[in-house]
Design a protein around this ligand. Structure first.
Ligand code: 4UU
Length: 541
């Protein structure tokens, strides 16, 4: 144990050698990678239309985007909101914004007007990219927005088609003035509710992003023998979520892999894309893994031959789903990854060798990251095989929550340790295993839902006196939000009416899906909802 676990300090070190981090700002680091000769390799392919951005066009497009944004008055520190489904243009926008030292904030494209308003105000976004049919929402908010074409190829020669084409239409942009960007400057504001309360802006710096991409460039590349020309990743995970943004947008493109972009999940389209583009790697969340396995059982033939590795993460996956997958496609490596928005999606990842196939583990700690397992009652640091709350420290840990020093202080201690709210243990070989969650979030197909946000909506209903939301297990989605509701005496409010009331105000994935009327909500003397007791109530229903 001596090398990776220190009993004196309770610190788990990564078993991987440390990676030296460059000291340049993010775009300077990746521009070296983009500028390498890529011999005609595709950077991004739209899975349905086949439209492609080759690596040779990627950096020129990013510079055109930066130039266009600059012409629109965007400069260092300005915040740009991206409210889009997956698209081959999504990464171009992200890199263009970062080139200027401006800041990216992302949102689920199905968000409602109040949700968009809230994040726009909180992040102080001054420009948005969205689908043409969402432009009206931004006009209502009085925010400048650019519609991004949903399908179709962008032709560098064809100018004046739409605002977006104009924006990236400049073929030879004169150099954009770049003020000095420092590594500690903000690069992205992602939203997460952390261990408690409502959604908060997670401030990620250029250094955070660099520490994440170096994981791919220096580390993953050596682990899996990535060759810059051989790997084709199918990306269904949304790029607005940290898993998609960091892994598929920033990580894979920095590595020189080909990213096949799927806008909307469809099992038949997925199989077609795997065959058509000879996909080698697939990034999944548990329901996608199940869908992939189901298809692999019925679709025979050579379609699956190219597939080398599937990585699952973002929510707990059952042992049964894993076993089912590895039995169905035994030639494919299965690994899990663990991370969170607050750690730029860096945490641990699996790698398999013949002698160690720990499919149910989250793998080993990422290089440069340290961990502690803490007894959340006594505060003592626990050795391998003992379970407690995971704390993380390292260059991928966020700067803090935006304009929220109180929330930052309860999440990151003065020595830089991030409380993850996950209950884990390390086994005797240093593999991380996740057992449960101490924090409040609900994970619906890997997406975060903050119970506090739904509770705040529920109690605005005239017939609801008090409400508490927790997660209920669900076969398909993993977890779904379940509301305990105390209604006004004599009220005829039905379960369906409660579900509808919330559904009208939130993005569809956040919908309350189960309602239980109760006579009281378990609260502490201070009025805090006792969530463990709520979970206990479920087992008695
Ligand atoms: C059980 O979901 C994410 C990030 C996911 C991710 C996945 C694979 C990152 C890198 C990678 O390689 O971020 P958030 O902020 O939406 O949610 C974070 C929470 C964690 O605290 C944990 O509770 O999501 C849960 N989680 C997982 N749970 C993340 N990964 C896993 C996992 N198994 N593999």
């Amino acid at each position: 144990n001596s090398h990776w676990y220190s009993p004196e300090t309770g610190i788990y070190h990564s078993k991987h050698p440390p990676v030296n981090l460059p000291t340049d700002p993010f775009l300077d680091v990746v521009s070296h990678i983009f500028s390498k000769p890529h011999n005609g390799v595709s950077a991004l392919i739209d899975s349905t239309s086949g439209h492609t951005i080759p690596y040779s066009h990627l950096y020129p497009l990013v510079k055109s985007m930066a130039y266009g944004l600059h012409q629109m008055g965007i400069s260092q520190g300005d915040v740009v909101l991206i409210l889009l489904p997956n698209s081959i243009y999504f990464p171009v926008i992200v890199f263009g914004v970062l080139y200027l030292g401006a800041v990216v904030t992302t949102m689920n494209p199905l968000s409602t007007l109040p949700e968009i308003k809230k994040q726009t105000l909180d992040s102080n976004a001054t420009l948005a990219f969205t689908l043409p049919d969402c432009l009206g929402k931004f006009h209502q908010l009085g925010l400048r927005a650019i519609g991004v074409p949903e399908t179709g190829g962008f032709d560098l020669k064809q100018m004046g088609m739409s605002d977006f084409d104009k924006l990236i239409g400049e073929k030879n942009p004169i150099s954009v003035p770049r003020t000095a960007i420092r590594q500690e400057d903000t690069a992205a504001i992602m939203y997460s509710s952390g261990t408690t309360g409502a959604c908060k802006g997670v401030v990620l710096t250029h250094r955070n992003l660099i520490s994440m991409i170096e994981l791919f460039v220096s580390f993953e590349a050596s682990q899996y023998e990535y060759s810059s020309e051989g790997n084709v990743h199918l990306v269904v995970m949304p790029m607005f979520h940290i898993y998609g943004l960091s892994h598929s947008v920033l990580g894979l493109l920095s590595l020189g892999s080909t990213v096949v972009v799927m806008k909307k999940f469809d099992a038949d389209e997925m199989v077609k894309a795997i065959g058509r583009y000879r996909v080698t790697h697939f990034t999944a969340v548990p329901p996608l893994l199940v869908a992939l396995t189901a298809k692999a059982k019925i679709v025979e033939g050579t379609v699956w031959k190219s597939l080398k590795q599937v990585c699952c993460g973002a929510a707990p996956v059952t042992r049964k789903s894993i076993e089912d997958f590895v039995q169905t496609l035994p030639h494919v490596d299965f690994i899990q990854g663990y991370g969170m928005t607050e750690s730029t999606a860096v945490g641990s990842r699996g790698f398999n060798t013949e002698k160690c196939r720990k499919h149910t583990s989250m793998g080993l700690m990422a290089p440069n990251m340290e961990a502690r397992v803490v007894d959340w009652v006594t505060g003592s640091f626990l050795p391998p095989r003992r379970s407690g709350e995971l704390w993380l420290r390292g260059p991928a840990v966020m700067k803090g929550y935006l304009n929220n020093p109180e929330a930052t202080a309860i999440t990151i201690d003065e020595h830089g340790w991030l409380r993850t709210g996950d209950i884990v243990y390390f086994d005797e070989e240093g593999y991380l295993h996740i057992l449960d969650r101490l924090k409040e979030i609900i994970k619906y197909k890997g997406f975060q839902i903050a119970p506090a946000e739904l509770e705040a909506i529920l109690v605005t209903h005239p017939d609801i006196l008090d409400a508490a939301v927790t997660s209920a297990k669900d076969e398909e989605a993993g977890e779904v939000p379940m509301a305990f509701v105390l209604k006004r005496q004599g009220s005829l409010l039905s379960e369906a009416a409660v579900i509808d009331y919330v559904a009208m105000q939130v993005a569809p994935y956040k919908k309350v899906r189960k309602v239980v009327f109760t006579h009281s909500i378990p609260r502490s003397a201070a009025g805090k909802i006792l969530r463990r007791e709520l979970r206990g109530l479920i087992s008695r229903i």
